[in-house]
Ligand binder design. Structure first.
Ligand code: ADP
Ligand code: ZN
Length: 314
């Protein structure tokens, strides 16, 4: 059994923990996110203590972005162009490696969440699936042929364009880059701004807001299904706690696909578009999943993490 550490590195908080390769969490701390100079010494201190106590086999970091996850890039392991003060161009992996030198898995928070679902949640035994989170932002982690999708950096599925019916929706969209992209129209802050409420939570379950929300999300899923052909789509994040969204999204997705895709998994749509299997601590579990992947790659001799000096490279 491996002992793994996970770091869920978020914009408001870091959740750091220790767990097993079965996904059982045995230690957990929460550290507020300030600047890297303030936050990382606490994270590293935790890792050093946990390594002394348990002997860590690997560490996983599911990180807010944008990040550079390509081991072949000289920027590997960095948080790159974030607007978050004190984190621009921060070398997260080197910082963690200086504390505890074990294999480190480093990826986006959504890819981490996807991998957590793959090992311990609703995507077990699948090779092709999508994890979509709808919260403060919208992001997707995809697995294709058993590998998390990275591309030249990482996909930004929340920023796709979706059809907008201007007869019924006058909200301009609030994405800082694109205005009316999916995130700009359908993430939590867009719901709040469109309907002038303090929080999306204040809207009753039968409010027309959820019909519109389901429409945008169903357009997005339709596009993702047509591009990636996933075996399942898992939808998480704060907004998806509105469970009434699921049946509407399923109906509309089927409607937009218009019978073009004939596939038994889509026919069985209740099992096709589903909530996450991991509930509490899903972010931490995702980070542990990245650690597990790094530990497995090491034991399969396929480990590469961009570290020149590491004996694990190659
Ligand atoms: P984050 O994206 O910051 O990691 P969440 O996934 O919890 O965190 O998303 C937060 C967003 O989700 C906020 O915009 C909030 O208004 C919205 N949200 C959180 N809980 C709910 C809920 N139960 N119903 C609707 N919206 C929610
Ligand atoms: Zn956008």
């Amino acid at each position: 059994m491996s002992i793994l550490a996970g770091i869920e590195a978020g914009g408001t908080k870091f959740v750091c923990g220790v767990g097993t390769d079965k996904g059982e969490i045995i230690e957990k701390v929460r550290i507020e996110t300030h600047t890297a100079a303030e936050t990382m010494p606490m994270v590293c201190q935790f890792l050093i203590e946990m390594d002394a106590k348990y002997g860590l086999d690997a560490i996983g970091i599911g990180c807010f972005g944008p990040i550079e996850p390509d081991p072949l890039s000289d920027q590997y392991g960095h948080i790159t162009t974030t607007t978050k003060p004190g984190w621009q161009n921060f070398d997260m992996v080197s910082c963690v490696r200086q504390a505890v030198d074990v294999p480190i898995g480093f990826d986006t928070d959504v890819n981490a969440a996807a991998l957590g679902e793959y090992y311990w949640g609703n995507a077990c035994n699948l090779t092709d699936f999508l994890y979509l989170t709808v919260g403060t932002g919208i992001g997707g982690g995809g697995m294709v042929n058993g590998q998390l999708v990275h591309g030249s950096m990482h996909p930004e599925m929340g920023h796709i364009m979706v059809p907008i019916d201007r007869q019924k929706d006058h909200f301009a969209g609030n994405c800082a880059y694109h205005g009316q992209c999916l995130e700009g129209m359908a993430a939590g802050p867009a719901i709040k701004e469109r309907w002038q409420v303090d929080s999306a939570l204040d809207l009753p379950p039968d409010h027309v807001a959820w019909q519109l929300e389901a429409e945008y999300l169903a357009y997005a899923l339709t596009n993702f299904i047509l591009v990636l052909s996933p075996q399942r789509i898992i939808m998480g994040g704060g907004v998806m706690k509105q469970s009434q969204l699921f049946p509407i999204i399923r109906d509309k997705t089927r409607q937009y696909l218009a019978g073009y895709i004939k596939n038994s998994s889509i026919d069985n749509i209740d099992q096709y578009i589903v909530p996450p299997g991991l509930k509490s601590d899903a972010g931490l579990a995702g980070s542990l999943a990245l650690a597990k992947q790094a530990a497995l790659a090491l034991s399969n001799n396929t480990w590469t993490d961009g570290s020149v000096s590491s004996t694990f490279s190659g």
